[in-house]
Design a protein around this ligand. Sequence first.
Ligand code: NAP
Length: 475
Amino acid sequence: METELFIGGKWVPASAGSRFDVLDPATGDTVASVADGGEVDAIAAVDAAAAAGAAWAATPPRVRSEVLRKAFELMTERAGDLAKLISLENGKALVDAKGEVTYAAEFFRWFAEEAVRGEGIVATAPSGANRILVVRQPVGVCVLVTPWNFPAAMATRKIGPALAAGCTVILKPASDTPLTALAMAAILAEAGVPEGVVNVLPSRSSGKVVSAMLRDQRVRKLSFTGSTEVGRILLAQAADNVVNTSMELGGNAPFVVFADADLDAAIEGAMIAKMRNGGEACTAANRFYVESPVAEEFARRLAQRMSGLVVGPGTDEKTQVGPLVNEDTVAKVDGLVRSALDSGAEAVTGGSRPEGPGFYYPPTVLTGVAADSPILREEIFGPVAPIVTFNSEDEAVRLANDTEYGLVAYVYTGDLARGMRVSEAIEAGMVGLNRGLVSDPAAPFGGVKQSGIGREGGHDGLLEYLESKYIAVNW
Ligand code: NAP
């Protein structure tokens, strides 16, 4: 297991010699000690990325594509070991970790395919005076900051398009889950990524190292996935050097079930939208709005399914719901549930934190949740489903839009016209219509409102790492 910084193609200790511990969320025990990068190391990583930039940008797209394809193959070959590593440091159930590895590797395959689609524009100026030529060029050195909830996929969703576009990168993984990022660095090196093109900088001083890199004028791009709160801070810092930004921030997804929906499908979709990753997903259904005639049945059936899930250590094959990632996360979930219960909600299943060890929270379904309850406003990031009833389509749309977030929404209805109408009316970057899962490397992922700026995946994901250069030509 690699535990040093990865800078300029080499495994190096932190310049200050410091290290930090990575914990197993199932026990709270230390599983590894990792080099703790500081500002000096961050600038060394920028040096390496800047030095490698010109040669990588000039590398033929077909060659860049083949390196990414090889990385996809290596990840696929080692899927079992990578999944165990993800479970170990993040806590998620192995079944979720395996799903993540498949999803993560697919970003390398997809962007290997996109790398060779280097299209631009040739047009005649409306005046007829000249031609308009648009070529796409790599944006340059990119700082990539990722969260702990999908330690592999959030890294590949950024590294894949950056490398395909001809950019060089410094990845700053979440300090709860640096081991997966370091394993990805080893795979990329083996796949043939040249020295300095990908650098990985675990750090306990995330604020300091990211600020130091954003102050360096060689850094031309920040791609961040994490909370809206930290996203705001980084947007302000990026403003100083007018750094190009892609921001994938928090969510507060509504899951809307109309009375005409296929209830079996809605329950199935709810289980995926709520329980994938134990609820620790930005796309997790955070608020369930169910039309009155079916609300009771929906709550009963969802509670039945949720209470049947096997909770245990993520690394155990039988486990369906692992522990949450750390003490803070479980305390936040517990606080939100308590406050909802204090305001009159009822727990149909779950609803209280078990004794330790480990950072566990039981699958929970709440009904009768008060409209102003914090659990409907904040990201829960845990296995809790609060249910609210509604009585009309207008009310459902109003409730769904009553948030500053706008990442994803889920809508279940048997009436396709209504489904399309509501999908268009909901303020979100993505909608699952009769479907509880939207994430797909081939589709543009991202949010509106305070859920972010820009898109990852699909063709849009590549454009985030390219600048359009317009050349006015007389020929
Ligand atoms: P977070 O606290 O915002 O942290 C995200 C990353 O930023 C981590 O690497 C973190 O490092 C780093 N960071 C923290 N403070 C920083 C600062 N002042 N300056 C620079 N970097 C800083 O988020 P999280 O708790 O890891 O992840 C959960 C959040 O991510 C949720 O809000 C979730 O919705 C969001 N998310 C969004 C998407 C999406 O695509 N929209 C996908 C996944 C997750 P440390 O680990 O050292 O704190």
